[in-house]
Write a protein that binds this ligand. Structure first.
Ligand SMILES: *Cc1c(COP(=O)(O)O)cnc(C)c1O
Length: 410
């Protein structure tokens, strides 16, 4: 009989999700006719932009024609997409990244969860807290997290706590992790780091030989000039950081799956056996060749269409739509007198519970406004006391939800 990876059972035993279902079920049994507005989602509401649809239809036709048919594509992605990424996301911003440093992927979640394949189990992990739980859970599956001490708190993980007390920007760790997961603009707090704040982390990583894994999924939502779109805008970050990009949120690719990972040629780890420095770029190529197929030609053509002039205009319209939702929600929270962060460089609002317990605020939104929100515990131990509202929703629903929030008596 085969032994299982029992760590997986630890991840799926999730008290938070069970508690949400329980509360929803109780309420809907008593009030079966009430329709809820879902502001708990990390999924998009708008359909694909026309440029993407056209590119996909054209490439499907190419695939059905003798002269233009494509079989298995290059492991790192098609050159046309690598070129478009480098030119638009890096070169035009004055950042030196070359196409051999880019790996087209099926999105950030997959790459963030798989990067552990090239990292030794004995590495100590540090994570921003609260954070997208894939960072933590993939390390649980990879035997790096230790044991579950209480809800969402693992013994061997260094939590970099972000709460209202530190304006959601954690202190540098006092206990050195080998690897730090950062994600800015952050899901769920909505907070972004400015150049000076991000430079502090890069300097720490260089000084302490720490690898930074930086998730730039929400880069397209940045509005402030002083917030970097890429960690490589910070001098010398290319020595210590791997960066993940996704088209999921900016371009509604959650059903198409495409993104890319940047591994600069300078980032190094070392081999336990030989003690020698090894380039992560070479290692990741090896791993991708063994395990991964990049997204199809059709999907990569769809992604490349985002970088055309028309694609950029249409994508910006979608981002603006969600950010308008965010500002509608912000005004409602202001009227209700609730404290929150986010909604400026990010489509999320992180609302502090006036009663201390996130569940009390969750219930208030749910019972009084018929809005489903995400209790902060979903995002890690420091999420306790907050709920996340998402601007990824239909605008009419957001307007309706906001008028109910504005009427709340706290
Ligand atoms: C939604 C989300 C992702 C998902 O990315 P995919 O490219 O769809 O896998 C990654 N990181 C964060 C922080 C997210 O919120």
């Amino acid at each position: 009989m085969a032994l299982i990876n029992s760590q997986l059972l630890m991840v799926s035993l999730d008290a938070v999700e069970q508690e949400i279902s329980k509360r929803v079920n109780i309420f809907t049994t008593i009030h079966p006719k009430v329709e809820f507005i879902r502001l708990d989602s990390g999924d998009v509401a708008l359909p694909l932009i026309p440029s993407v649809v056209t590119a996909m239809l054209d490439s499907v036709r190419e695939m059905g024609t003798d002269a233009t048919f494509k079989g298995r594509g290059p492991v790192k992605g098609y050159q046309f997409l690598l070129d478009a990424v480098v030119k638009n996301d890096f070169k035009n911003r004055g950042i030196k990244i070359s196409t051999d440093e880019i790996f087209v992927s099926e999105g950030t979640k997959q790459d963030v969860a798989s990067i552990g394949d090239i990292l030794c189990k004995d590495n100590r992990i540090g994570v921003l807290d609260p954070i997208f739980q894939t960072y933590v859970e993939s390390n649980v599956v990879g035997y790096r997290a230790g044991i579950l001490e209480k809800s969402r708190h693992w013994s061997n993980i260094v939590y970099l706590t972000a709460t209202r007390e530190n304006s959601f920007v954690p202190e540098l760790p006092t206990e050195r992790p080998d690897i730090i997961f950062l994600s800015y603009p952050n899901d769920p707090t909505g907070v972004a780091l400015n150049r000076k704040e991000l430079s502090k982390w890069v300097a720490y990583a260089i000084k302490n030989k720490v690898l930074i894994l930086f998730d730039a999924t929400y880069e397209a939502f940045i509005a402030d000039d002083d917030v970097p779109h890429s960690i490589y805008e910070i001098k010398d970050a290319r020595k210590v950081a791997i960066e993940f990009h996704s088209f999921s949120k900016s371009a509604g690719f959650t059903g198409l799956h495409c993104g890319y990972t940047v591994i600069p040629q300078k980032v190094q780890g070392y081999s336990m056996y030989s003690g020698k420095d090894i380039l992560f770029n070479d290692l990741w190529l090896r791993r991708q060749t063994i395990k991964n197929n990049p997204p199809s030609y059709i999907i990569q053509k769809a992604a490349a269409a985002l970088y055309t002039e028309q694609g950029q205009v249409e994508m910006k319209q979608n981002v603006d739509y969600y950010m308008t939702n965010a500002s509608i929600l912000k005004s409602a929270l202001d009227t209700a007198g609730l404290q929150y962060s986010g909604g400026v460089n990010s489509p999320y609002l992180w609302v502090q519970s006036p009663w201390g317990s996130s569940w009390k605020l969750f219930d208030k939104f749910f019972n009084d406004c018929h809005i489903l929100s995400s209790p902060g515990e979903r995002f890690g131990p420091s999420g306790e006391g907050y709920v996340r509202l998402s601007a990824f929703a239909n605008q009419n629903q957001v307007i309706m939800a906001s008028s109910r929030i504005a009427d709340l008596v706290i």
